[in-house]
Design a binder for this molecule. Structure first.
Ligand code: NZQ
Ligand code: ZN
Length: 392
């Protein structure tokens, strides 16, 4: 196991009705004038926004509102948010929504405290200050409610890029699984896929002797395999929703990834798809992640056999370990298909002829990237090709 620091300062406030305490927690963390940031319509329609506002009013906290965050959140609204916060002397940002809303809130939080262009933080610069951010989570997926990451798309050229800093970790995150009961089945499945991908990015490692994190990863994956079909069949199943919601946070605070080298190529390769086609990140991952596995499994066949046997219940074939590894990957793709995810370019709405452009935008040039297997541009093109043509 490698040396590590684990820093997860967020207070997670979990369970039924907890959004009614939003005002109390903003007060606890020093917010006096809040920007409530939200998405398209789900939070208004469900009445959540009204409940959050009345909670702030009861706590005597002033607020302004900025809605309209789109999935794959855009830089244009971030600029608007920065201007609004400065003009109104906002000192705290409360994101009410999913990963897109939270990531947009984090971008605004950095931008308000910075004289230059906030996009610098999505081009490698580290922030020195940021307004405090907190969340009321409405979808189990990105894990942004506990992570120090934010992913924003620059509208000019549709460049999707990430920023990371511990300053972005939310002060608190309110997580009421009931709020996720209004999700369409497709969004629920996209979220589940993203959660599993966050685990796999960490599970496939070259670091030896990481039994505890291996087993934690497998626990999250097994939970997702059990609970996702239950919520797809019955969207109001609170207990299954609750397990998935906490799994989403555990998958991405990095508690399952400490002390080990991680990969993250599938995410980078997917981000080009959601940037170009504006598809859901989870749907893009359903197409890319098994393709990436098929491309790299020979690098460590026994690790893929471990996944196949421990996570997907495949029989180990000691005569032919490669067959076991491939059976595990097939079981993963079949599971994703079963929960309604696309498995190839046609089903996602992506085009084979765009592959050279996707590789170009991925921007590797002659370099290599990735923790588990160092991929070249050529390798990335091959993964897009496997993804384009995948079948069950
Ligand atoms: O805008 P509204 O109307 O709220 O609709 C949203 C949106 O259309 C809807 N939704 C959310 N909660 C709902 C609901 N509909 C009904 N009932 C509810 N309770 O769901 C749609 C998707 O929402 P979004 O926030 O985009 O989903 P998600 O949480 O999957 O976030 C995706 C974004 O997060 C990034 C992705 O790249 C993508 O841009 N990621 C962020 C990460 C991070 N910050 O740590 C890590 C991830 O790997 C990921 O890259
Ligand atoms: Zn993700």
């Amino acid at each position: 196991m490698n040396n590590f620091n684990f820093y997860s300062p967020t207070e997670f406030v979990f369970g039924k009705g907890r959004e009614n305490d939003a005002g109390k927690y903003v007060k606890k963390y020093g917010g006096k004038k809040v920007l409530i940031h939200f998405g398209g319509q789900s939070a208004q329609k469900s009445g959540l926004l009204d409940r959050v506002k009345s909670s702030l009013e009861q706590a005597g906290i002033e607020y302004k509102e900025l809605g309209g965050v789109k999935p794959n959140p855009r830089d244009t609204l971030v600029y608007e948010g920065i201007k609004l916060c400065r003009g109104e002397n906002i000192d705290f940002i409360l994101a009410v929504g999913g990963g897109s809303v939270i990531d947009s809130a984090k971008a605004i939080a950095m931008g308000v405290e910075y004289d230059g262009d906030f996009w610098d933080f999505y081009s490698g610069k580290q922030p020195e200050k940021a307004l405090p951010v907190a969340t009321v989570l409405t979808i189990a997926a990105a894990g942004s409610e506990g992570s120090g990451d934010s992913v924003i798309t620059k509208e000019d050229g549709m460049l999707k890029r990430g920023a990371g800093s511990d300053l972005l970790r939310p002060r608190f995150s309110i997580m009421n699984p009931e709020l996720t009961q209004t999700l369409p089945a497709y969004q629920t499945a996209c979220g589940a896929t993203d959660i599993m991908a966050h685990v796999f990015e960490r599970y496939f490692t070259n670091t030896k002797e990481v039994e505890i994190t291996d087993r934690l990863c497998e626990a999250v994956l097994l939970t997702m395999i059990k609970e996702t079909p239950r919520v797809i069949a019955d969207p109001n199943n609170y207990e299954a929703r609750a397990n998935i919601m906490w799994a989403g946070t555990v998958a991405h605070t990095n508690i399952v990834g400490v002390g080990r080298e991680q990969d993250w190529n599938s995410h980078g390769i997917e981000h080009e798809l959601s940037a170009l086609y504006d598809c859901a990140h989870g749907a893009g991952l359903a197409v890319i992640m098994p393709a990436w596995m098929e491309f790299v499994y020979k690098h460590n066949v026994m690790r893929f056999c471990q996944m196949a046997t421990r996570v997907f219940g495949c029989q180990m074939d000691f005569e032919n370990p490669e067959a076991t590894a491939l059976a595990g990957i097939k079981a993963f793709r079949t599971f994703l298909h079963g929960i309604g995810m696309p498995i190839n370019f046609d089903e996602l709405g992506a085009k084979r002829e765009d592959i050279p452009a996707l590789v170009e935008k991925f921007g590797l040039g002659d370099g290599r990237t990735g923790g588990f297997v160092h991929l070249s541009s050529d390798d990335v093109a091959q993964i897009y090709n496997i993804a384009a043509n995948a079948e069950i």
